[in-house]
Every structure is written in structure tokens, then in C-alpha cells.
Design a protein around this ligand. Structure first.
Ligand code: HEC
Length: 185
């Protein structure tokens, strides 16, 4: 009986390993994520240079972040990019049941002042590669930091665009969410 169980466990692990994401797919997903991060971040900092108070940067995030996500996503065939968060600003980025445990783990690790690592999750039909987005730059706090310390007019501008905003009051080095690259099997 014991042997049978061992055999069963062994064969099950073979099945998962033969199904596992291959390196080329993972590399492509990571490249797409990096591309999105760079495109978004360079535009964000450009807008903040133009207007250090942050108004045009908020407008940029509001009008363009979603578009940039799908545009970059379209450049990588077979990869769908999404931004996800537990405490989201844009409801579209609300974490799903699959995302939640990953994001909670990232948050827990970041609270211990450690850096969460990229995580691959396998579902029946997909592979999901999660890149944690940790608040590592003070500029993030301009729009996601302590509400009382944020510029009042900027808070008003954010609240007007996102009446149900949950993405304020983050602290430096906390995990804010993730970019996830979804690959269909
Ligand atoms: C100028 C204000 C501003 C700054 C600075 C800023 N954000 Fe945001 N952030 C926003 C807005 C507005 C949205 C909502 C965008 C949308 O509608 O898709 C957002 C959305 C996000 C999201 C998507 C999830 C969600 O809640 O909708 C993540 C993740 C995020 N920001 C992380 C960061 C990080 C990390 C930094 C620092 C590098 C940062 N942000 C800097 C304004 C800002």
C-alpha cells in the first residue's frame, strides 16, 4: 500500500512537472512585465517633472495607465497583462480569488521589511506570473501615502476620479499590488 502511495505521488509530480511553464514562456512574461513597468514609470516621472504637485501625473494615470497596460500586453502574443491590488484605486484592478492569496503573501513579506519574489501560480487553464509592486520610491507616497500628509487638492482630484479609492495610506516599502502576466495553457 505504502509503495502504491509513493508511486502515485511520484507520478503526480511527473504530471505537474511536464506541464510546468517553460523557460521561454516565463522569460516572455517577465519581459512584458518589465516593458509595462518601464513604460508606465517613465511617463509617470515625466509628468511629475512637468508638474511636481502631481495633478498632471494623476490625470495621466487616470486616462492612460489602463491603455498602456493593454497596449503593451498586445505586443506580447499569448500574454495578457493586468495590474492587481487588494486595496485598489481603479476597480478594474481589483484582485480576484486567484490573486488574493498571492497579494496577501507579498504584503506579509513586505511588512517584515523583506522583498517579495516573483511568484508563478498554475491554474487549470493558465500560468500566472506575479511581479510584486512595492512602494520603494518616495514619489509613490505622493498619491498613495498618508492621506493627511498628501496635498489636499490632490486628494480631492483623486477622490473625484475614484470615489471608492482604497489606495491611500500605504507606507514606504509596503507591497502595493502586482503586475500579473497571464499565459493560457
Ligand atoms: C501622481 C499620482 C500617483 C503616483 C505618484 C503614483 N500613483 Fe499609483 N496610481 C495612481 C492612480 C490615479 C491610479 C489609478 C490608475 C487607473 O485608473 O488605472 C494608480 C494605480 C496604481 C496601481 C494599480 C492598482 C490600483 O490600485 O488601481 C498600482 C499597483 C500603483 N498605482 C502603484 C504605484 C507605485 C508603486 C507608485 C510609485 C512608483 C505609484 N503608484 C505612484 C496615482 C499615482
Amino acid at each position: 500500500m505504502k509503495k502504491l502511495i509513493i508511486l502515485f505521488v511520484l507520478s503526480a509530480s511527473f504530471i505537474t512537472s511536464s506541464n510546468a511553464i517553460d523557460n521561454a514562456q516565463k522569460a516572455k512574461a517577465l519581459k512584458a512585465i518589465k516593458h509595462l513597468e518601464n513604460a508606465w514609470y517613465s511617463k509617470l516621472t515625466e509628468k511629475l517633472k512637468e508638474d511636481s504637485k502631481g495633478f498632471s501625473a494623476v490625470d495621466f494615470c487616470h486616462k492612460r495607465a489602463d491603455k498602456i497596460t493593454s497596449q503593451v500586453s498586445d505586443m506580447y502574443k499569448g500574454v495578457t497583462l493586468k495590474r492587481v491590488a487588494v486595496r485598489y484605486r481603479n476597480e478594474k484592478n481589483r484582485a480576484t480569488k486567484i490573486d488574493l492569496p498571492v497579494l496577501k503573501e507579498f504584503y506579509k513579506i513586505s511588512k517584515k521589511r523583506q522583498t517579495p519574489a516573483i511568484k508563478v501560480v498554475e491554474t487549470k487553464k493558465t500560468y500566472r506570473i506575479y511581479k510584486p509592486l512595492v512602494i520603494r520610491k518616495p514619489i509613490c507616497l505622493k498619491c498613495h501615502g498618508n492621506e493627511k500628509r498628501m496635498r489636499k487638492k490632490l486628494v480631492a482630484s483623486i477622490d473625484e476620479k475614484y470615489p471608492k479609492d482604497k489606495a491611500k495610506n500605504f507606507k514606504y516599502r509596503q507591497s502595493r499590488g502586482a503586475i500579473v502576466a497571464i499565459i493560457k495553457k
